[in-house]
Design a protein around this ligand. Structure first.
Ligand SMILES: N[C@@H](CCC(=O)N[C@@H](CS)C(=O)NCC(=O)O)C(=O)O
Length: 225
């Protein structure tokens, strides 16, 4: 999303239903030799191999000229607070915790919306300077947060709950501002935004897609502007 925002040409790789072969048995081992922390997501930029979502956000924020150094710590708080929400969301969208199957997902999602999501979004709402988290321009944290806002909205819709962003007007406005930003129109029209699973399609209870969604093969595409 950040690379689209800056119209920088890049190769977009999304691992699919064949991820056991394509990722774990394919791309991962040689990357792990260069960066032992490697996981998804990652960035290859020349000799730099970057991984961990927040590190990737900060890397692109700096490299693409999105992040303002004067806002570093405020933006970092946004990334961390958003990661707290993401980590709690992961507990219900995958079967590793107490939510064992898709049938149990709606009730667990309702509890999550009333619990962790409300706690974290209330903190972020209070921290939002407007229209973006740190003021007039989006920083890397806004992109990470956007994904969480978008996914929580889509969870509300899928389980018939009112939009959780209605309780957080600044965050709702931030989400709308990003959706309406012409610099992101190509991103929102892309398959990776609208057609790919929001979580690992092999395991998740919630893809954000229709119930007949089929997790496709690994995709590698050159994105040019
Ligand atoms: N804390 C990590 C968590 C990312 C994560 O859970 N990645 C999974 C996505 S399915 C992954 O990389 N799985 C494959 C692997 O571990 O190699 C981050 O923010 O990057």
């Amino acid at each position: 999303m950040m690379v689209y925002y800056k119209s920088a040409n890049f190769v977009n790789v999304g691992y699919g239903a064949d991820m056991k072969e394509a990722w774990f048995g394919g791309a991962k081992p040689p990357l792990a030799e260069k960066n032992s922390c490697i996981n998804l997501p990652y960035i290859i930029d020349g000799d730099d191999i970057i991984t961990q979502s927040n590190t990737c956000c900060l890397y692109l924020g700096k490299k693409l000229g999105i992040d303002d150094e004067a806002l570093f710590f405020t933006n970092h708080t946004v990334l961390d607070q958003t990661m707290d929400l993401r980590n709690d969301l992961m507990k219900i969208v995958y079967p590793f915790g107490s939510v064992k199957n898709k049938e149990e997902f709606p009730a667990a999602a309702k509890d999550h919306l009333a619990g962790s999501a409300t706690v974290n979004l209330t903190k972020l709402e209070g921290f939002c300077k407007g229209p973006y988290m740190c003021g007039s321009a989006p920083q890397s944290g806004d992109f990470a947060l956007f994904e969480m806002l978008d996914q929580h909205q889509s969870i509300c819709k899928s389980i018939g709950e009112p939009d959780i962003l209605d309780q957080h007007p600044k965050l709702k406005a931030l989400h709308a501002a990003m959706k309406g930003d012409a610099a992101l129109s190509k991103y929102f029209a892309s398959d990776c935004y609208s057609k790919w699973a929001q979580n690992n399609g092999l395991l998740t209870h919630f893809t954000g897609q229709a119930s007949d969604f089929e997790y496709g093969p690994t995709v590698e595409e050159q994105v040019t502007f």
